[in-house]
Design a protein around this ligand. Structure first.
Ligand SMILES: C[S@@+](CC[C@H](N)C(=O)[O-])C[C@H]1O[C@@H](n2cnc3c(N)ncnc32)[C@H](O)[C@@H]1O
Length: 198
């Protein structure tokens, strides 16, 4: 597996402990977990320039993960094309992204505008991060069509798309999480395969 924007690498370490072989995590922070199981490499690198990440040259992977990291790509098509070139036969990309409607809801509340105005507005928006109020994050707006068009321009097709929801049990145990999901919808998960003709 290749985990792009792997954070501290702990999720990938768990997958390696569960049997994933010869796996690599790449993150720009270089802030990696101290406990790496054998078979895992964690490399500091930029997902906007995957072609030149030391340690990835000439390698192929059965699974390439972008878990809440794809939004950091400077040129999203280029990043996906580079990942596509590293897929083994029958390999796929698993990519998660925040529902763009969530950001539109937040901006509509903040600006006193409507959901549609914000969802379809182009450009960037800035907000204080939830985990450190000293840090402001600037993001490009995107719609679901934008995402789908990026995948097809990069030569990928969507085998499956999922909008995961809490289980019945989790809803009962964590009503505040369900309230958050009711308002912001959650994330989108895409399983992407290379288009054979491109
Ligand atoms: C929201 S976190 C997700 C981390 C991890 N994938 C997870 O699911 O827990 C986004 C990650 O992307 C990384 N990141 C941001 N820009 C990056 C870049 N240009 N190249 C590589 N990693 C980047 C951050 O350092 C951070 O670890």
């Amino acid at each position: 597996m290749l985990d792009v924007g792997c954070g501290n690498g702990a999720k990938l370490a768990e997958l390696v402990r569960d049997g994933a072989a010869a796996s690599v995590g790449v993150d720009i922070s270089g802030n990696f977990t101290a406990a790496w199981p054998p078979g895992l490499e964690l490399i500091r690198g930029d997902l906007s320039d995957l072609d030149s990440v030391h340690g990835l040259a000439g390698r192929t992977f059965d699974r390439i993960l972008f878990l809440q990291s794809f939004g950091y790509a400077k040129d999203p098509v280029r990043t996906l094309q580079a990942a596509r070139a590293m897929l083994a036969d029958d390999g796929f990309i698993l990519l998660t992204r925040t529902q763009p409607i969530r950001y539109a809801v937040e901006r509509a509340e903040q600006n006193g505008t409507s959901l549609g105005e914000e969802y379809f507005s182009a450009g960037t928006f800035t907000y204080r991060s939830g985990w450190n109020d000293q840090i402001a994050l600037t993001k490009r707006t995107y719609t679901i069509s934008d995402l789908i068009n990026v995948f097809s321009t990069a030569g990928l097709w969507i085998e499956t798309a999922i909008e995961p929801q809490l289980s019945e049990d989790a809803r009962r145990r964590y009503p505040h999480k369900q309230a958050w999901m009711n308002k912001y919808l959650g994330i989108l998960i895409f399983k992407l395969r290379p288009h054979p003709s491109q």
